[in-house]
Design a protein around this ligand. Sequence first.
Ligand code: HEC
Length: 241
Amino acid sequence: MGKRIMPRAALCAAIVAAVPALSACGGVKDQQADVVAGKQLFVKKCGACHTLSHAGTKGTTGPNLDEAFQQSLQEGFGETAVRGVVYKQILYPNRLPNAQGIKMPSKLVSGEDAHDVAAYVASVTAKPGKDTGRLATAVQAAGGGTAVEKDGTLSIPADPNGQLAYEDAKATATAGPVTIEMPNKSGIGHDIVIDGLGKGEVVSDGTSSFKATLEAGKTYTYYCSVPGHRQAGMQGTLTVK
Ligand code: HEC
């Protein structure tokens, strides 16, 4: 089956017809957007595939979104233009897959949510520094907890907000047989693996788990084996007492 790439002008016309909020192709009407909600949605729906420094996301499946707009911004494109590009990308991603054959799904967010995400991305892309005020606390950084084994089960949940991290970057257990499980409610595929010990299956909504026997006094590293996730920080240290 041959892919048909729509000529840009036709695409613009189609978008303007389909989306009344777009005043012209390349721009969105200056409407109020909730950038706090936009940040939360971005982390949950987009961050596993995209790096955006203000959002603290480190996905590598899609282009780095700080780098993506750097040149356009330097060339004088304004925030509104960038917002329009992001909005259109959310509704109508490019048809071309990346090097691993992964395509960006369309309409991961829609309606107001899509405007909020586009406004947030446009407001922070390629900017140094960190989010402040309400934006700074919009998404709690994952990984701060310690998981403790109880009755032979060690539960290390994936961050439910979509960050490439477990809720706990540290875990403790007693020596002997254990079931290591990773409940995952994020909607993003993750697993939990300890080299030489075992590997749960990749789940996006459910629990990944495996059984293992832990040696006293040892430390192990657990991580997610989905490409790019460990590198983004999805790992932790298990200490056996
Ligand atoms: C499953 C992974 C995946 C998810 C989730 C995803 N993207 Fe993408 N994204 C990609 C890939 C792959 C590309 C490159 C191909 C393309 O342009 O469609 C891309 C391209 C982009 C681009 C164009 C960047 C450029 O260099 O021009 C933007 C903007 C973008 N994505 C924003 C988003 C936003 C916003 C979300 C969340 C609503 C999102 N993406 C979710 C994989 C993803």
